[in-house]
Design a protein around this ligand. Structure first.
Ligand SMILES: [Zn+2]
Length: 333
């Protein structure tokens, strides 16, 4: 990984191997996870509801309170904490450790000085990164990506996130967005308008936010058993497709094709050894994994062999492990 350079407030008196604890924060759209790690092990974690619509700054006092509580209940002195790894669901500059751009969540993120916040409150350095990259780091170090030098991680959920490791280095790019926009690869140039403004992105064709409209657009929807679902999510879709509802089956096939097209494009672009799949939709991995693997085997141009699709080992905490690795690798030169 490219080593982040540090501002003065990020040049800690905490280096030199004295401290051993790390605080990890994973700021999602629905929940915020806060973890305490010691020597790479997650020894405590708390989850609080996110108030993404009210902004990031207004959430910081509650975060401070939870972090102080975790320190107290685990009898950890703040002087022994090496820093915070901060994971964010948006574009992040991992050199300046600033949020660059958000998508309808925490709109004040880009104007929030996270490094200054952590320095003033605890005198800790803070290292920020996009959440898909952070989860990739966690899976690479501790999970499904162990032993690999080249991998792609894809999260299938409300939206679709991605991150890329090539030759043991995170792909970052000139403007810090390389490898992050796999969910916005075009798989249907005559398709639907995406939240990003583009047309026919993978997530505009098949994601949790798009699913209700996908169903309603199906001409046979009025006769579908999906019509009575209060929450027409993927869990319901897999259930009704399993019961042979024709609309559910066709919409599911459409989604699997869109995800496969996105993944094959990522294989052609980034040449990984494996693809790690995570995210809420992967709760139905028993159906998704074999279906996608079959399409990848058939359609991807990889004369050296087949790219294996694997399930994340820590779907719920990979970003916390990744945050631990990020802080350690950033401080220890
Ligand atoms: Zn898009």
């Amino acid at each position: 990984m490219r080593k982040p350079s540090h501002t003065d407030s990020n040049s800690p008196s905490l280096g030199g191997g004295r401290g051993e604890a790390i605080i990890a924060i994973d700021l999602g759209g629905t929940f915020i996870k806060i973890g305490l790690l010691k020597n790479g092990e997650l020894i405590d974690r708390k989850e609080i509801p996110a108030q993404a619509a009210s902004g990031l700054k207004s959430q910081l006092p509650e975060l401070e309170m939870v972090i102080d509580q975790i320190l107290k209940s685990n009898q950890v002195q703040k002087e022994t904490v090496r820093g915070i790894g901060f994971s964010f669901a948006g574009l992040v500059d991992p050199v300046a450790n600033r949020i660059l751009s958000t998508n309808q969540k925490y709109e004040d993120g880009p104007e929030t000085d996270l490094v200054g916040w952590a320095h003033e409150k605890w005198n800790w350095p803070l290292f920020a990164m996009n959440d898909a990259r952070m989860a990739l780091l966690g899976e690479w170090q501790h999970g499904a990506g162990q032993g690999c030098s080249d991998l792609v991680m894809v999260t299938l959920g409300t939206g679709i996130g991605s991150a890329v490791l090539i030759g043991g280095q995170l792909l970052i790019g000139k403007h810090f967005q390389a490898g992050n926009l796999g969910g916005h690869f075009v798989v249907n140039h005559k398709g639907s308008v995406c939240t990003c403004g583009n047309i026919g992105c993978v997530e505009a064709e098949a994601s949790t936010w798009r699913l209700p409209a996908l169903l309603k657009e199906h001409p046979e929807f009025p006769g579908s058993s999906m019509k009575n679902e209060e929450f027409p999510d993927f869990k319901a879709l897999f259930h009704h497709a399993g019961n042979n509802d024709q609309v559910a089956r066709e919409v599911l096939d459409h989604c699997l094709s869109a995800w496969a097209a996105g993944i094959i494009t990522m294989i052609h672009a980034f040449d990984p050894e494996i693809i790690i799949l995570s995210g809420g939709i992967m709760k139905s991995s028993a159906i998704i994994l074999p279906a996608l693997q079959e399409k990848v085997n058939q359609l991807a141009w990889t004369p050296w062999g087949k790219v294996k699709l694997v399930e994340a080992k820590f779907p719920d905490s990979a970003a916390l492990y990744g945050a631990d690795y990020l802080v350690r690798s950033s401080i220890i030169k």
